[in-house]
Design a binder for this molecule. Sequence first.
Ligand SMILES: Nc1nc2c(c(=O)[nH]1)N[C@H]1C(S)=C(S)[C@@H](COP(=O)(O)OP(=O)(O)OC[C@H]3O[C@@H](n4cnc5c(=O)[nH]c(N)nc54)[C@H](O)[C@@H]3O)O[C@H]1N2
Ligand SMILES: Nc1nc2c(c(=O)[nH]1)N[C@H]1C(S)=C(S)[C@@H](COP(=O)(O)OP(=O)(O)OC[C@H]3O[C@@H](n4cnc5c(=O)[nH]c(N)nc54)[C@H](O)[C@@H]3O)O[C@H]1N2
Ligand code: SF4
Ligand SMILES: [Mo]
Length: 719
Amino acid sequence: MFTHPSQAIYMSEMNTHYRNCNICEAMCGLEIVHQDKQIISIKGDQLDPFSQGYNCPKALALEDFYTDKDRLKTPIKRTASGWQAISWDDAFSEIVAKFKSIQQQHGKNSLAVYLGNPNAHSLGNALFLKPFLKSLSTINRFSSASADQLPHHVAANFMFGAGMLIPVPDIDRTDFMLIIGANPVVSNGSMMTAPNVIGRMKAIQQRGGKIVVVDPRRTRTAKIADQHLFIRPEKDAFLLLALIHCVFERNKVNLGHLEHLVEGLDDVAKLAKTYSPDVVASIVGIDASTICTLADDMLLADSAVCYSRMGASTQTFGGLCLWLTNVLNIITGNFDRPGGAMFPQPAFDLLRNHQVGHKSSFGQHQTRVRKLPFFNGEFPVASLAEEIQTPGEGQIKSLITVAGNPVLSAPSGHQLAQAFAGLDYMVSVDIYLNETTKYADIILPGTTGVENSHFDIFFNSFSVRNTVKYSAPLFEKQVDQRSDWQILKEISARMFNIAADDPMQKITPEIILDMELKQGPYGEQGMSLQRLIDNPHGIDIGPLMPCLAERIKTANGKIDLFPQVFSDDLPRLQAVMTAVSRDLAYPFELIGRRLVKSHNTWTQNSARLIKGKNPCTLEMNSQDAHQLGIEQGQLVTVSSAVGQIDIEVVLTDDIQAGVVTIPQGWGHNQQGTNMSVAATQPGVSINDLTDASRVDKLTGNAAFNGTPVAITLVLKEGR
Ligand SMILES: Nc1nc2c(c(=O)[nH]1)N[C@H]1C(S)=C(S)[C@@H](COP(=O)(O)OP(=O)(O)OC[C@H]3O[C@@H](n4cnc5c(=O)[nH]c(N)nc54)[C@H](O)[C@@H]3O)O[C@H]1N2
Ligand SMILES: Nc1nc2c(c(=O)[nH]1)N[C@H]1C(S)=C(S)[C@@H](COP(=O)(O)OP(=O)(O)OC[C@H]3O[C@@H](n4cnc5c(=O)[nH]c(N)nc54)[C@H](O)[C@@H]3O)O[C@H]1N2
Ligand code: SF4
Ligand SMILES: [Mo]
């Protein structure tokens, strides 16, 4: 705890605590004034070298999550007469006995695990999941990564030899930023940790640079940019190919210092030949001359970077998009150099023990029912429901979810709800009784937010600057509370029959963190946990440096520009060009949207974040609505091949004709949950419409974008 000097004089009982916000990926430094166990104020920490005082409205909700009366603090068990509190010991005994007996009866893989997004935002979870997963001894592992960034990992794996070797845009030095399918002004950046994205974007413009956004919706990011191009959903791979085509056609390939590090350039040239701007224009919905100018702008800039995110990854060609994004950055000389796409060198280096030439697990196994590929130790979440519901050998009979809400977050979420209801046994490690955890037999709640210590293991690996910071817990947990990592550790120990007095049991996140910092790239310069404790605002290491030659993990040390997995997937893309017209039963294409004041499915129990007008609306192009006789504020039914929902319409010209959008993360309208604040503004779940059978066939990632839907007016009774 650190006392703020000014407050020390006048209000000696107040203390000031510094920590990183761990809600989203931006790693904003916060200054929290508190008194006893009460938070007095939360604001951006001006002295944080990275975020420099920036924070978004969600940071203030850290207080709400801490004080939330609905949040679970002790284990609860579902009984015939409702949920009942049980002791930790009884809970662990029952869970481990059940898991073991189900695995004995139905095989090891009959137990499945789903890991949600907050695991990536938790030091303890990130460190203790590995032994936990090992102790479950099942191949049926799933996570939100396959509803998100899996294509980034697959591209990195095949091009650079490690799934975690993901290039990030050097936003602070670039002169030209092409943003494809990302809305960082609202999301605060993803696979691009960059607190205060707006400030960083404006700085590009102030130094004479340019920003172009490619998105079917004119987002807040698009409005700040210099140019916005509407694109048809899921057609980004064609645009990228046309841009690559222009680079070759203008003879502008420039590999810079990577000249001897790149293989497969001729194959890329051959491929791109077919995809001229003229050929792709009508498919992507952007005219050929605009595509040519875009390529020229990128080529003329002193430095440039193409940054593709959710719009490019959660679609049926996610793998191809992320591969081609890397290709474009590489062949324009904008890779591993300032102002281009670069690689962080984090103090806790996840690649420290990653061997060169490491053989990837991609496709090593396939899902039982749909034959989707295994990668990075897991199967795609789009296959979870069918793996539970399809009888036969290898069927999933029990499940543990850790910090995930797939009933609202995964495609065909309502089908997952049905699947969970049919499981023999389910456990959730979660802080709420929500749409997913209500199907559990036991819920184990960990501590969260300000009760935890924090260090961003993952987001330092995707950061636009090398910085390092440790956050101590602000408040001690109550005696009967456990941290998530303690829960995971206890389950692993009992699954493995490890004795309570085993030395392994003494390991804490801090012990591992300290060791990693000392053995990491800055260890010799004195990096350690103590050094971070002594520097509570964080330490700036500096801007990203060219480092690919040292960090690349391919067997021959070269970038593979044309990996076979991607070339094998091209006929699927080619087929789109000759495809017969769309299914007229579902004439609109549905995309999601993120909101400033909600994070995925779980922050809606904060009154300050949820207050105001219902944000869960269908945004529709005004012309489209006019043709269907739909007016502003009316209730419509949106239906897809898998489900339907009723939702209020908002008309706008900020969305392309033929495309509609619904926010992701809503639908807290289900019986049997305890999020009382969220229930006052429930919204509907977009994932009752998205279709688990729509995936990127290459990677298995969920394809949320472009879900075909129909829209009809809900006629009020008596009309
Ligand atoms: N249609 C559509 N669907 C999407 C997306 C989209 O853009 N469109 N986005 C996708 C993306 S990018 C993601 S990352 C996924 C997210 O998918 P999920 O991770 O499944 O969803 P979250 O809402 O993050 O779920 C978090 C869960 O963790 C719990 N929780 C919160 N904090 C803690 C904690 O400290 N400890 C524990 N144990 N539990 C905690 C919450 O109560 C909640 O149950 O959703 C995906 N789904
Ligand atoms: N406020 C807030 N911040 C968040 C989150 C949140 O829920 N709320 N979630 C966090 C998480 S888990 C993640 S992964 C990140 C995501 O971070 P981003 O990727 O920046 O966020 P999205 O809003 O999903 O942006 C995707 C964009 O792609 C567009 N799009 C949809 N389909 C297509 C397409 O086919 N092609 C193209 N080119 N564009 C398309 C959408 O209109 C949208 O603007 O945000 C994180 N930050
Ligand atoms: S931008 Fe993200 S990290 Fe920063 S304050 Fe908001 S939620 Fe927290
Ligand atoms: Mo995500």
